[in-house]
Design a binder for this molecule. Structure first.
Ligand SMILES: *Cc1c(COP(=O)(O)O)cnc(C)c1O
Ligand code: SF4
Length: 478
């Protein structure tokens, strides 16, 4: 308590006048500092509406009810070049079609794109379209993989005590419940398992399977430190509603489990399901509601990457989740030519917030086969983070993270112990995973300065490049 006596309420002093002048000055200052808002900065509120899909020749006669039907979306998803051609007809030029024909053939990931995503691509300029770049591979853009890439770069298989459960962090674990998704992203970290086998790759199998799931649940129940489960895959959108119920009720019944999340790209690539798959969304809502009564949080983590992915259809779907009290958080992947500038990233964050989705993480793109043209440098992430922080509420500002190759887990991009911009090697420590280990991330080689490119061109230099960076990290003044 302060001992200063309170001012007498009605004592006549000149103070109010002084205060008024002060206020007027402050108002002037504020007025001068804040010119009228540039309408362009409110662009995040303008969502694409109307029947935009009708510009795709195959969807010309598709009415709204059909386009909103998730079964129609699934049935008409494009997995083969022939089907893509049938949808686009004369919309894309021959050179581009030839390029993707080759691209499909070499891609490590199966291709699957929803009609909704196809309709959001600007087919007059497909090479620079941010949605096309994420889902449809071309041959001409293919770059050599980084020499330090290996297929399970996050060591999810190595950190799995039972098949399909990665237990890396003390209190949380990642449950890979299935291996299919409503779409396949070229940049997928789990391309070692997710999707069908492709022309060039055979996958690890993670089918929805009761015996495998039972082993996962037994493990989770047996570890009292586990409180938090990420249900991913693949994608929880492809779990049937009875799967959602079985997993949800099993986890809710475990006293150690305090929270879990269904991870799904669905809201970004097929919001139609939230609007029209009533049994599925009602089951999910029921699990969230049961959780709430038990004081356990059940929520959705989704994956929007570009502001063009957020339309009036998204808004309707997110409104439905919001009305049901379902928290949705977003994890983006920073991708070259997709969202690697502060303007696009800023618009994405504002637009996500506008539809009540919390931007949670922006990941450095993992080292994944066949997509080095989508990766960018750590420096780009550092710069963008600096630009977007402060634009909006702190809880709507994501943490930019590197999921350190070798199983180091997620590290704040700024927390590197060493970053050599010439060789593109950044070094992180991760005390909660392994206090003695050093984890390296590698910028894509084509974006390095010439000296760095030359060193990587010599395989005899590779070990030296890495051990040098780690030595520097060790001796960094702390
Ligand atoms: C990302 C991840 C989690 C969840 O981490 P959060 O930072 O809480 O989102 C858990 N386990 C593994 C293996 C992960 O990769
Ligand atoms: S939806 Fe997720 S798991 Fe599926 S392909 Fe895309 S990034 Fe991978």
């Amino acid at each position: 308590m302060t001992s200063t006596p309170a001012p007498e309420p009605d004592s006549p002093t000149s103070l109010p006048v002084v205060e008024d002048i002060g206020r007027a000055r402050a108002a002037e200052r504020v007025h001068r500092a804040k010119p009228p808002v540039d309408p362009a900065t409110l662009h995040h509120r303008e969502l694409l509406g109307g029947e935009f899909w009708r510009k795709i020749p195959a969807y010309r006669d598709v009415d709204e009810a059909t386009f909103l039907d998730y079964r129609w979306q699934m049935k008409h998803s494009v997995t083969k070049v022939a089907k893509l051609l049938a949808a686009l007809q004369d919309l894309a030029d021959d050179g581009f079609i030839e390029d993707i024909r080759e691209g499909f053939h070499h891609a490590p990931m199966a291709v699957r794109v929803s009609p909704y995503m196809l309709a959001l691509i600007d087919w007059s300029d497909p090479y620079s379209d941010p949605i096309r770049r994420q889902f449809i591979p071309t041959n001409s853009e293919l770059l050599p993989d980084h020499p330090k890439l290996d297929l399970d770069s996050l060591h999810e298989l190595a950190d799995a005590p039972v098949p399909g459960l990665t237990h890396r962090y003390p209190d949380k674990a990642l449950f890979l419940a299935l291996d299919t998704c409503p779409v396949y992203c070229r940049f997928c970290t789990r391309s070692y398992a997710v999707g069908l086998d492709t022309d060039e790759f055979e996958k690890v199998s993670l089918k929805p399977n009761n015996t495998r799931w039972d082993r996962v649940f037994e493990y989770v129940a047996s570890r009292p430190e586990l409180e938090d489960i990420v249900i991913s895959g693949g994608d929880a959108y492809n779990l049937r509603s009875d799967h959602i119920r079985a997993i949800g009720e099993r986890l809710l019944a475990m006293p150690n489990i305090r929270r879990f999340r269904f991870a799904t790209k669905g809201p970004a690539v097929m919001p139609q399901k939230i609007l029209t798959d009533h049994p599925w969304i009602d089951t999910l809502s029921d699990i969230v509601e049961q959780g709430r009564k038990l004081h356990k949080e059940v929520c959705i983590h989704t994956h929007f990457n570009h502001p063009n992915e957020i339309t009036e259809i998204t808004e309707r779907a997110m409104n439905k989740l919001f009305e049901r009290g379902i928290t949705v958080r977003n994890q983006s992947v920073l991708q070259r030519g997709v969202n690697d500038d502060a303007k696009d990233m800023g618009l994405l964050l504002k637009r996500l917030s506008h539809v009540n989705v919390h931007p949670y993480y922006v990941y450095m793109h993992d080292l994944v086969k066949g997509v080095d043209n989508l990766r960018t440098t750590l420096q780009t992430a550092l710069d963008i983070e600096k630009q977007v922080r402060g634009m909006t509420a702190g809880f709507n500002t994501p943490t930019f993270v590197t999921d350190a190759p070798g199983g180091g887990g997620k590290r704040d991009v700024h927390s590197y112990d060493w970053y050599d911009r010439e060789t593109g090697v950044s070094v992180y420590r991760s005390p909660n995973v392994d206090p003695d280990a050093f984890y390296c991330y590698f910028d894509p080689i084509d974006l390095l300065p010439e000296g760095g490119r030359a060193r990587w061109a010599d395989p005899g230099e590779h070990d030296a490049i890495v051990s040098e960076a780690i030595e520097n990290a060790k001796h960094r003044p702390s």
